[in-house]
Design a protein around this ligand. Sequence first.
Ligand SMILES: [Mg+2]
Length: 219
Amino acid sequence: MKGVLFDLDNTLYAAESDLFGLIDVRINAYMRDVVGIEAERVDYLRRHYWEKYGVTLRGLMHEYGTDAEHYLEYVHDVDVSSRLQPDPELKICLQKMPERRFVFTNGSSDHARRVLKCLGIEDCFEHIYDIRISNYMPKPHPYPYHAALKHAGMRGEECIMVEDSLPNLHTAARLNMGTIWINSRTDGRVSHVDAVVPDVARATGVIGSWREMRAACAQ
Ligand SMILES: [Mg+2]
């Protein structure tokens, strides 16, 4: 394996920190206060956009002509440091990996940089691929995967993806990537993912064991 694509939110930090909850509030505020959607319709529209477009942003772009950059700046304007602390154990795990490491997120790279800085792992990644890489088309659509692979100069079978979203891993699997699902509530194996672990540090352990297996097979 040459590279690992790490999702950002609820993958590189635990979902329990509820940082995403702060972003959630900002998305609702954007729809209500900036776009002018009635408060009672916001929840329904967000669900509808998720089902139809994959992310709220695409729905707002299509149906309200929302400026994507303005939206990204507004919804990610949250106090990341109020929810995240440095994770020196994760830093050591990442630094020990010989594979190339990337962040691959549906958020913005500015938000990703703030998160990585709070976790103390901003130097652990070669590049951040954000939703801009495919003209705001989000995972699990295959466009951003192809764009990230092309930029990194890798093929799908040379990559592993670490994610908390199953649909996002399904696309990765279809592109022949190895898949690791971050989920602390599921025991045992899940079909169509290669491994399930409760946190990202353990994902790096799984990647290490795959590396050792391949090395043993090659001898
Ligand atoms: Mg995520």
